[in-house]
Write a protein that binds this ligand. Structure first.
Ligand code: BTN
Length: 264
């Protein structure tokens, strides 16, 4: 698999010597953090065929069976304050959508903040983790991308069958994971070059974000609030007009869109 990925990357791809491939791993994000803490350079990539402990946002697991999905993490060393990287998850989501579009001919939407979706169902997700020093500067960032590629509907665990989809299910085509991985790596490299241009990323994210304009619920701890998602601000926060009339920028918590993932 690694050689096929390498053969699909353009000659100009700068980090081909820093790709690590694993048949099985607990989590590419977890191992990427270990490598980064040990000094692994910017652009190091971990790719696995199978994860035994794939992780998602808010402590959730990410179902990562062998032979069907893309599980990859990249180490970034952007050399800037963490405050300048509030849009990183948005940038990675747009880059993942670019890669998928280029390789599979289909552009997923983005459900704020980090879900890739097609037709109301989850295709994949992004998990961004930062290590920040005492001065507030980023030591490293690990950006993880998980995408369901070849699954049939029955291949998903029963509890997610109604809310999950795969590239195969969306396109009715056989999916070549190595082509999608190579296209995502190229898109991530371009994203790194443009990371300081937060305005361009913001514009592109808003174009892909399907949450804007939708009725939503926000769950934070024991509290659930309802409102309408108005926009995404330049830091990647979701601007919501809550039913009490207040408009607030939401940075955390679980946002559900009415009509999606079983929220009625
Ligand atoms: C989410 O759905 O909340 C995010 C899912 C992110 C999954 C990817 S798979 C590669 C990387 N390794 C992990 O353990 N998680 C991310």
């Amino acid at each position: 698999m690694k050689n096929e990925i390498l053969s699909r990357l353009p000659a100009s791809y700068p980090w081909r010597g820093n790709i690590h491939y694993f048949d099985t791993i607990d989590s590419t994000n977890t191992q990427a953090k270990h490598l980064a803490a040990g000094g692994a350079p910017h652009g190091t990539v971990l790719i696995a065929d199978h994860q035994t402990g794939g992780r998602g946002r808010m402590g959730r697991s990410f179902h990562s069976p062998a032979g069907c999905g893309i599980y990859l993490s990249m180490i970034l060393r952007p050399n800037c304050p963490a405050q300048k990287l509030l849009h990183l998850t948005c940038a990675v989501a747009v880059a993942a959508a670019d890669g998928i579009q280029n390789a599979a001919g289909l552009r997923p939407g983005i459900k704020w903040t980090n879900d890739l979706v097609v037709g109301q169902k989850k295709l994949g997700g992004i998990l961004t983790e930062l290590s920040v020093d005492s001065a507030g500067n980023v030591d490293y960032a690990v950006v993880g991308i998980g995408i369901n590629c070849s699954q049939t509907a029955e291949a998903f665990p029963e509890e997610i069958q109604s809310i999950a989809t795969s590239l195969h299910l969306c396109t009715s085509k056989r999916i070549d994971r190595t082509a999608v991985i190579a296209a995502i790596l190229v898109a991530l490299q371009q994203m790194c070059n443009d990371l300081q241009n937060s305005e361009a990323i913001h514009t592109r994210y808003r174009r892909d974000c399907i949450t804007i304009g939708q009725d939503i619920s926000l769950v934070r701890g024991d509290e659930t609030c309802h409102g309408k998602a108005l926009d995404v601000d330049e830091n990647g926060a979701l601007l919501v007009r809550f039913d009490n009339g207040q408009i607030r920028a939401v940075n955390s918590g679980e946002v559900s869109i009415r009509g999606m993932y079983g929220y009625v």
